[in-house]
Design a protein around this ligand. Sequence first.
Ligand SMILES: [Zn+2]
Ligand SMILES: [Zn+2]
Length: 69
Amino acid sequence: MKCYYCALEGKDSEAVAICIVCGMGLCMEHAIRKDVDVWEGGYPLPSKRVKTPLPRILCPACYNALYAE
Ligand SMILES: [Zn+2]
Ligand SMILES: [Zn+2]
């Protein structure tokens, strides 16, 4: 898979991660790692709360949608 953001810019970077929200492929430059301990919303990933923060990879668009002030 290629990085979607790089593809938009005409670059051809191999994706190293996938956004857990939209499934977009992301290179190191565009992947945002966010450690969260509670996942809010009706998202079909862990339905149970976990005790330790889990690393999650988000794309810039989803990060902004979820965490922008
Ligand atoms: Zn990229
Ligand atoms: Zn995303």
